[in-house]
Write a protein that binds this ligand. Structure first.
Ligand code: GSH
Length: 402
């Protein structure tokens, strides 16, 4: 593993022009220790380089594609090779988006100096992950609820998903956009570790890559999104603890979230109950007209009941999808173990916050009630809820920012 990372480090050590950007990556390995892996990525806007860009572009994209392609597609390599380029998924225009927030969260403990607006769906598990992080650390932030049908509140950006975080008064246009729940969380955690780094610089540590997925659909990925950048600071956790934290953050995004839809939309009546619950907690009366709301609830419930079945097959869940959910929650409870309160020890780490956030999305659904009765998730979940709702991460003894 260390050897292959060193190879990657060597490759990325080149200054690789990608389109009209120069991708500079200097230290992938620091002190020769992988778990102190601190990528320093700088994106420098530059004029297109005329002499070698294509050759170098292909060198870099082939390297990336070979790695992914070999693992994923085996013999079909040549047909499947897709170029990977730096994605352009920022704002459409340099003007800051202006939408009336549905909610303003005010926290007395916030001394970050950051003015944050979260573009979200209230019950999207990825958005819930971000809110769990923000609330735990006692950030103040505005919430703009995106209309999931018309998506008017997302028209200002090329990025097609929620959550998106907008940070005011930072960056060259007077605001900075951060996409993807894990990137948002890693950026904010990096900021808490060292608030002297300008926030837009932190965001530039997480460059988005773009490739073509099935049916020519664009796929965006942030290769280092689970890494918090500690710089030269003394790190309180051990390499193994950080590795465990990253592993379970990835598990939330690639496993746990796939359990949710098939479970909450398991039957038509559960799907309808879930949509009614979402309408209530998402304050859909402020986002949709009364007619739209009724249509969204009934049509949405039926559509998601069918989608839930497709997802069940896609992710190969058990016949009774509850069993798959219970298996996941048991795996998590086992990983935390009986000797520590949280995976992070006495305080939650990012894995705790992410699992809690994703599960809080379905807290009012029958699936979660069943999970509480049939697994041991409840104790840990209640502890987490107290931590998040009391902004425990902002208490003096837990506070990173002072
Ligand atoms: N990797 C992304 C995934 C975000 C995501 O898939 N969001 C969904 C909502 S749960 C979305 O916006 N889908 C597009 C849509 O609803 O139009 C993240 O972690 O933020």
């Amino acid at each position: 593993m260390a050897a292959s990372m060193k190879k990657v480090a060597k490759i990325i050590n080149l200054n690789i022009p990608i389109k009209n950007w120069t991708f500079q990556q200097s230290h992938l390995l620091q002190n020769g220790r992988l778990n102190h892996f601190i990528p320093r990525v700088r994106l420098i806007h530059s004029k297109p380089i005329r002499q070698f860009p294509r050759r170098l572009l292909y060198a870099s994209t082939v390297t990336a594609a070979v790695g992914c392609g070999l693992a994923a597609y085996g013999g079909n390599l040549w047909r499947r090779l897709q170029p990977v380029v730096l994605a352009d998924i920022g704002p459409e225009k340099p003007q800051k988006p202006q939408f009336e927030p549905i909610r303003r969260i005010k926290s007395e403990t916030d001394n970050s100096g950051l003015k944050l607006t979260l573009y979200q769906y209230q019950t999207c598990p990825f958005c819930c992950k971000v809110r769990a992080f923000l609330d735990y650390h006692g950030f103040s932030y505005d919430v703009v609820e995106v209309n999931s049908v018309w998506r008017t509140q997302l028209k200002w950006t090329k990025y097609p998903k929620v959550p998106v975080l907008v940070v005011d008064n930072v960056g060259e246009n007077g605001f900075t956009q951060v996409n993807d729940s894990s990137v948002i969380i890693s950026c904010l955690e990096t900021f808490l570790e060292d608030p002297s780094i300008p926030f837009d610089r932190i965001v530039s540590f997480y460059p988005p890559l773009e490739s073509e997925g099935k049916g020519k659909k664009k796929v965006f990925e942030y290769p280092n999104k689970y890494f918090v950048m500690y710089g030269d600071k003394k790190i309180k956790t051990t390499p193994d603890q950080r590795k465990e934290e990253r592993r379970w953050r990835l598990w939330v995004d690639e496993d746990l979230v796939h359990m949710l839809s098939p479970n909450i939309y398991r039957t038509p009546s559960e799907a309808l109950a879930a949509f009614r619950y979402f309408s209530k907690v998402g304050e859909w009366e402020k986002v949709f007209s009364a007619t739209e709301r009724t249509v969204v609830i009934y049509v949405g419930a039926l559509a998601m009941f069918l989608v839930g079945k497709m997802l069940k097959n896609k992710y190969k869940l058990k016949d009774d999808v509850r069993e798959s959910l219970y298996d996941d929650l048991n795996d998590w409870v086992k990983a935390v173990g009986s000797k520590r309160k949280f995976m992070g020890g006495d305080q939650p780490n990012l894995a705790d916050l992410n699992v809690y956030g994703a599960l809080s999305a379905i807290e009012g659904c029958e699936a979660f009630e069943d999970a509480k009765k049939n697994t041991k998730i409840d104790k840990w979940f209640s502890r987490m809820k107290t931590q998040v709702q009391s902004h425990a991460g902002a208490h003096p003894e837990n506070k990173k920012l002072s």
